[in-house]
Ligand binder design. Structure first.
Ligand code: S3P
Length: 441
């Protein structure tokens, strides 16, 4: 069996080009596929998750091509056609959930599935609201595989998000694109707003207002087709987080990460790392195609422990595994609160974080209120464990980063999932100074 080992690194250096944002890449393909005209996409993430979405949209009638300069072109279809075969969305919750939202207003039948990780994740959070718009779903006990039939029912639809989830918010908004009647989403706790920003750029009539309690009310008036619009995808802050933490915890490191998306609803990880004492500077702040970006310079830093309140979770939901690794190297006790949603990610990340840290000699405990307590060592006296990645790219990458700064190497049983979001992770990190390699066990 091939395993992957990450051993201690002397220092990370250079300019690392992080791949395109996964959330924005999915949306660019999905919206382009429904829009009138051809959408040009620069910087699309060519990870397996996004490529699965592209393949599904082709089966539904969109034309999607890449030219020799690396630009992608999506020519939309007026109405999606019934796909000849099942739509396999691979590992991607975003792909399948947003696609269900988009398809729910077309009167066609589609079958959807995914890999074993995706087939174990809850889908009722999407099928429940979409059922209220007239779409019909046959699920497998609330999960994939699903057979769905969309509906052209045109009644106003108002929905309050039961959890802070951009995937639910987006699925509901996309269901409203063809309805003339308004779609109103109440979002008590704001979460990533790439859908709202990009729908506006594609000509949708969408407005976001603050409510009295700090949440948002999003109103979409559908009934007209989206118009193709060029998209420039910033580098993914969620992928950048692995390189950032690697440089912070590996002594004698200094790296630059150009073009990182710093949408304020995604940058919780940077706030927390700065609070821990991280040396991260923002250079060349600018806006590209409706999203704020900056070049980040990161230097090794002595980190302090931290108490992260539950309210921070929506702005850094994918970054807890790598944050947990950072806190293992920080001095003192850390507490990460409000992590219930981590249990339904690509794996049960709450458990995976605790297991992974424990196997590598760090005291970590999951508490009954779905928080995690970690006792950081303040030095590199950890590592030596083997991680079961369970098809979870972020768990695999987090513990490879742990190995870079640990006294003893860290082994990952299977890193294949990394291809879903960051296909060149290992070569990029090795070029910067890491020692990550495969071996036969
Ligand atoms: C995403 C939303 C988040 C995040 C996921 C991408 C999106 O999921 O974890 O990686 O692109 O909308 P939830 O909506 O379940 O919080």
């Amino acid at each position: 069996m091939i395993k992957t080992i990450s051993t201690q690194t002397k220092g990370l250096h250079g300019t690392l080009f992080i791949p395109g944002d996964k959330s924005i890449s999915h949306r660019a393909l999905l919206f382009g596929a429904a829009a009138q005209g051809t959408t040009e996409i620069k910087g699309l993430l060519e990870g397996e998750d996004v490529l699965c979405t592209a393949e599904a949209l082709r089966k539904l009638g969109a034309r999607i091509e890449k030219n020799t300069n690396g630009l992608w072109f999506v020519t939309g279809t007026e109405t999606f056609k019934k796909p000849d075969s099942i739509l396999d969305m691979g590992n991607s919750g975003t792909g399948v959930r947003l696609l269900m939202g988009l398809l729910s207003s077309y009167p066609i039948q589609a079958r959807l599935t995914g890999d074993s990780s995706l087939c174990s994740r809850p889908m009722k959070r999407i099928t429940d609201p979409l059922t209220q718009t007239g779409a019909v779903f046959e699920t497998t006990e609330g999960k994939l595989p699903i057979v769905m039939t969309g509906s052209e029912q045109d009644k106003p639809f108002e929905y309050t998000l039961p959890v802070a989830s951009a995937q639910i918010k987006s699925a509901v908004l996309l269901s409203g694109l063809r309805r003339k009647s308004p779609t109103v989403v109440h979002e008590p706790i704001p979460c990533r707003d790439h859908t709202e920003r990009m729908l506006k750029a594609f000509g949708a009539d969408i407005a976001v207002e603050k409510d009295a309690l700090g949440g948002n009310v999003i109103t979409l008036h559908g009934g007209k087709r989206l118009t193709a619009c060029p998209v420039v995808v910033p580098a993914d802050i969620s992928s950048a987080a692995f390189a950032i933490v690697a440089a912070l915890i590996t002594p004698d490191s200094e790296i630059v990460l150009p073009n990182i998306g710093i949408n304020p609803l995604r940058t919780g990880i940077l706030d927390v790392l700065l609070e821990m004492g991280a040396d991260i500077s923002f250079e060349n702040k600018r806006e590209i195609a409706g999203e704020p970006v900056a070049d980040l310079r990161v230097r090794s830093s002595a980190l302090k422990s931290v108490n992260v309140p539950a309210g921070k979770a929506p702005s850094m939901i994918d970054e807890y595994p790598i944050l947990a690794v950072a806190t293992a190297f920080a001095d003192g006790k850390t507490r990460l609160n409000g992590l219930t949603e981590l249990k339904v990610k690509e794996s049960n990340r709450l458990q995976a974080i605790v297991d992974g840290l424990t196997r590598n000699g760090i005291e970590a405990e999951a508490l009954p209120d779905d928080s995690i307590r970690i006792r950081g060592k303040g030095n590199n006296a950890c590592g030596g464990g083997t991680i079961e990645a369970k098809l979870d790219h972020r768990i695999a990458m987090s513990f490879m980063v742990m190995g870079m700064a640990s006294e003893s190497p860290v082994v990952i049983d299977d890193v294949s999932s990394v291809a879903t979001s960051f296909p060149d992770f290992i070569s990029l990190m090795n070029n910067a100074g890491a020692n990550i390699y495969d071996y036969r066990d």
